[in-house]
Write a protein that binds this ligand. Sequence first.
Ligand SMILES: Cc1ncc(C[n+]2csc(CCOP(=O)(O)OP(=O)(O)O)c2C)c(N)n1
Ligand SMILES: [Mg+2]
Length: 318
Amino acid sequence: MPLTPERLQDAYRQMLIIRKFEETIRSLYQQGKIRGSFHPCVGQEATAVGGCWALRKDDYLTCTYRGHGQAIAKGLNLQAAMAEMLGKETGCSKGKGGSMHFTDPSVGLLGANAIVAGGVPHAAGAALASQLQKKDNVAIAYFGEGAVNQGVFLESLNLAVIWKLPLILVCENNLYSEMSPSHETTSVVETYKRAAGFGFEAMQVDGNDIEAVYNAVEQAAARARAGGGPTYIEAMTYRLWGHMMGDPEIYRTKEEVAKAKENEPIVRCGKRLIELGCTDADLSRLDGEAEAIIAAALQFAESSSAPQPADAFTDVFI
Ligand SMILES: Cc1ncc(C[n+]2csc(CCOP(=O)(O)OP(=O)(O)O)c2C)c(N)n1
Ligand SMILES: [Mg+2]
């Protein structure tokens, strides 16, 4: 069932929440309130919301260090996400994981992963478990196009097809792997063709079109639940900010980024909503709601306590 106009409004607000989450993190980072690295997903919100909203809460998700949007779209509590960024004990990983380790099994979020392609075999494993337990849950893994050159990625593709796993692979192809353009590093830049070569149902979609992503993932999930096996979706998108905070962005031009902004998913979804009968006032209301949700999450996170030193070695492998 496609996204209804009502649900598309909610999805628009969800994308705004993710955008404002990242903007807030950037500001906290600049104030020195957050340490470590932060890889923003600004510009890629449609892949996150379109994909995760096409799934059930009890389906499994793995994502990368750029996965804040996916985690939130899958249902990660926003206050727990914000608190995790600030290293507070109320964070989803009790303040010990930070930006690259958002986890919440209660919404199927098996974990973000800082290792390129690391989440792909994890999702394949979750899909295998679901199949062996004769459940109808599917697993989705998000990764960047840089992941397709990793050995474990290719091994996972092979087994997923051989075992007909209920697995959905979403490649967020944003054209760059760190500072390297993908055409300089990857033999077949249209990554879905590799997956097709492994026997996947494989396609490329406009990753900045939330409805296109939603429809592709919804169909993939229906196929997987019916025992039809895995699907590979290459979602073409663009990250509007640098690879991480402090990226000097000397590998691309300002003109290229400006051009990409014309095609960015939130503006596009706003235009689509206007076509469907929404007014500018409706869009401003949704923006205001998103703003208030983010402000409440920040207030919660800032007023939470830091983890106790005595708990330094609990919930961690040492
Ligand atoms: C196995 C491994 N090799 C190298 C790195 C360093 N690294 C971090 S992000 C990244 C780029 C990955 O690019 P891509 O998969 O396209 O994802 P994007 O950052 O564009 O979302 C690299 C090489 C890593 N984290 N893991
Ligand atoms: Mg990339």
